[in-house]
Design a protein around this ligand. Structure first.
Ligand SMILES: Cc1cc2nc3c(=O)[nH]c(=O)nc-3n(C[C@H](O)[C@H](O)[C@H](O)COP(=O)(O)OP(=O)(O)OC[C@H]3O[C@@H](n4cnc5c(N)ncnc54)[C@H](O)[C@@H]3O)c2cc1C
Length: 322
């Protein structure tokens, strides 16, 4: 039996380990597209604070962990799935046949349609690669503007505050963490931020990001001094807010939500709503094809609906069940 797993994040890794426990003789292929050892995105804030090194984000610390479990790691990005032929095609042209398939491709950060999102110095905070770019720019004293104060946005913001940057947070909801917190709790988070010197703009949208003509940002000076000029706008950024304010920044972080990374399943015959639709066994409409983690849409007993619950404990549990 050949199990192919798409996505080498927590869901993919835990599923591979669980299959190995139950099926010692089966073949397991774990496909990952990031060019990093499998790691945990939720460890990125600890990396930003400096509590851990990159290796501390790795899901498994032994270099031979996957080889020891006979989990074949294949680099590449799945570009299509043919459910009838039971094959997956990767971006490098490789075609993999499977008996059972797990889709564990997680989510992508949403890129809001705001002018200036492509400028250097504007980053999401989703991957280790993003974290490296942010650490280069978020030096003490740098002016950082974060778009979005949701659950993950606030975790990133706490790490940035610890880096000693001059931080502004812009949230279009009427309070911080608006989808999880009521007005009282949202207000408590705001108070905490303001005591730390963070400027909070709620009920406010970023309307545009532009290159500022002057003054050159602190980070611009540091970056040019250490030869990092190519990732840094020469003279900082100017961020225009819906309230009419303008904030100067050396770095803009976009933390405006995530969506399941399932575009490659278009025309696959696998039913997708917001995420890949699954039953209570995490199986899709196609027998033998499963989904788990941020990309899966599964039944939620509390609401009585199918939902995407993009948090790591959910990814881990769904992977075990799948
Ligand atoms: C900064 C930050 C802090 C967070 N903090 C918390 C927290 O405190 N608590 C919490 O519960 N959650 C937190 N999260 C969310 C948590 O990281 C996710 O819920 C978790 O990573 C989901 O695991 P996953 O395996 O489903 O997806 P992912 O971790 O996203 O892994 C999916 C993998 O699949 C790869 N992939 C995507 N498409 C393809 C393709 N077509 N082919 C091959 N590979 C593909 C991706 O590149 C990725 O490597 C945080 C996230 C971030 C970014």
């Amino acid at each position: 039996m050949h199990h192919v797993i798409l996505g080498a994040g927590p869901a993919g890794v835990i599923a591979a380990e669980t299959i190995r426990k139950h099926a010692p003789a089966d073949t397991i292929t774990l496909v990952g597209d990031e060019g990093e050892p499998p790691y945990s995105r939720m460890a990125i804030p600890y990396l930003l604070i400096g509590n851990i090194k990159e290796t501390g984000t790795y899901l498994r610390k032994s270099l031979t962990h996957y080889a020891d479990l006979r989990i074949d790691q294949v680099p590449g990005q799945a570009t299509s799935v043919d459910a009838a032929a039971r094959t997956v095609t990767l971006d490098n042209g490789t075609q993999l046949s499977f008996d059972k398939l797990l889709i564990a491709t997680g989510s992508h950060p949403v890129r809001p349609p705001i002018p200036g999102m492509n400028l250097p110095g504007v980053h999401p905070c989703w991957t280790l690669e993003d974290a490296r770019a942010i650490m280069a720019l978020a030096q003490p004293g740098a002016r950082v503007l974060q778009m979005g104060a949701g659950f993950i946005g606030c975790i990133i913001m706490e790490a940035l505050a610890a880096r000693g940057v001059e931080l502004s947070v812009v949230e279009m909801g009427d309070r911080m963490v608006p989808r999880m917190m009521g007005p009282t709790a949202g207000g408590m988070i705001r108070d905490w931020c303001e005591k730390k010197g963070v400027k909070v703009f709620t009920g406010t949208k970023v309307e545009a990001i532009e290159l500022a003509s002057e003054p050159e940002g602190v980070v611009g000076k540091i970056a040019s001094a250490i030869g990092l000029g190519s990732t840094e706008p020469a003279k900082g950024l100017r961020v225009k807010l819906s309230g009419g304010q303008t904030v100067e920044a050396d770095l803009v972080i976009s933390a405006t939500g995530v969506r399941p990374a399932i575009g490659f399943l278009k025309d696959s015959g696998i039913t997708c709503l917001l995420g890949v639709l699954t039953d209570e066994h995490l199986q899709t409409n196609v027998p033998g094809i499963y989904a788990a983690g941020d990309c899966a849409e599964a039944f939620d007993k509390v609401s009585g609906k199918t939902i995407v619950s993009a948090i790591q404990p959910n990814a881990a549990e769904q992977a075990r069940v799948a």
